[in-house]
Design a protein around this ligand. Structure first.
Ligand code: ATR
Length: 282
């Protein structure tokens, strides 16, 4: 790689940021298309967020991603918010055009593209989503945008499910439920597509979110976790003949949409996938 005075700078802000896969993925994308740009991690503590954003603005960093814990606060700090970011109140991508910052959210679009890539149709379908955190907000919104007939949301903390339900109801039919086996069993039967947005399944010692032996056959089951590639939920679903999709596609496509916003060029998705698969599952 040859750096010159003209090399464009992109990056990601987070706290911590050292586990982020975005530098690897975006750098591979710039290289594949011969774009003279670098993409670097910036560990930015919450108390320095405002100054950090101003720094990126005046230094002419052309675009940056935003990860935990800054997504909501950055929505308050940019000059403009694009539609999805405005609805979600969260920004994961910023474009800097001569000092003017526009905030985008590519998580929902990334999730939709990852389903499309797997040939999953959402129009008129019934969706069941577990979780009511930040990821659930984007995924639930995406499911409604994708045309599901209704969305059932199940969460351990019922007040959080209710709050999310209130927000998402502006986009479609949403009902919320507490996490109880008897409730879940009925909801599983009704659903065409089942999505986990909780963190359960990340660690080998995690308990089951619900009784996985109750997963009906031949549903579509999605887990937004990508490491391990097959969470216990996906493993059980696969054994029951379901189509299973992990979160790698969402990670790749949220990055691809960001890349396209910044460069105006189609992202080299295949290259991005290869580099991430090598790093994660190599
Ligand atoms: P993210 O931004 O990744 O969505 P988050 O906002 O912390 O992270 O949300 C984590 C989600 O995982 C929540 O829905 C959380 O449920 P609660 O709202 O009840 O906390 C869910 N979650 C985490 N650990 C869980 C567990 N042991 N059992 C059930 N749900 C769990």
């Amino acid at each position: 790689m040859k750096l010159t005075g003209k090399t464009a700078v992109y990056g990601i802000i987070g706290h911590p940021v050292k586990h982020s896969l975005s530098p690897l993925m975006q750098t591979a994308a710039f290289e594949a298309l011969g774009i003279d740009a670098v993409y670097v991690p910036f560990n930015l503590a919450p108390q320095n967020l405002k100054e950090g954003i101003e720094g990126l603005r005046v230094l002419g960093v052309k675009g940056f991603n935003v990860t935990v814990p800054h997504k909501e606060q950055v929505a308050e700090l940019v000059d403009f918010l694009e539609g999805d970011a405005e609805f979600l109140g969260a920004v994961n991508t910023v474009k800097n055009e001569e000092g003017q910052l526009t905030g985008y959210n590519t998580d929902a679009e990334g999730f939709l593209r990852s389903l499309l890539e797997e040939g999953v149709e959402l129009e008129g379908k019934k969706a069941l989503m577990f979780g009511a955190g930040g990821a659930a907000r984007a995924v639930g919104y995406a499911l409604l945008k994708g045309g599901v007939k209704f969305l059932h949301v199940v969460n351990r903390s019922f007040p959080k499910a209710k709050a999310l339900g209130e927000l998402l109801s502006r986009r479609g039919n949403v009902l919320v439920y507490p996490l109880r086996d008897s409730v879940v069993e009925t909801l599983l039967d009704e659903a065409d597509i089942i999505v986990n947005t909780t963190s359960l399944g990340l660690h080998p010692q995690d308990p089951q979110l619900f009784d996985y032996s109750k997963i009906p056959e031949e549903k579509v089951v999605v887990d937004i976790i990508y490491n391990p590639p097959l969470t216990p939920l996906l493993k059980a679903a696969k054994e029951r003949g379901c189509k299973v999709i992990n979160g790698l596609g969402m990670l790749i496509h949220q990055g691809a949409v960001a890349f396209e916003i910044w460069t105006g060029q189609k992202a080299p998705v295949k290259v991005m996938r290869e580099v991430l698969e090598g790093e994660l599952y190599g």
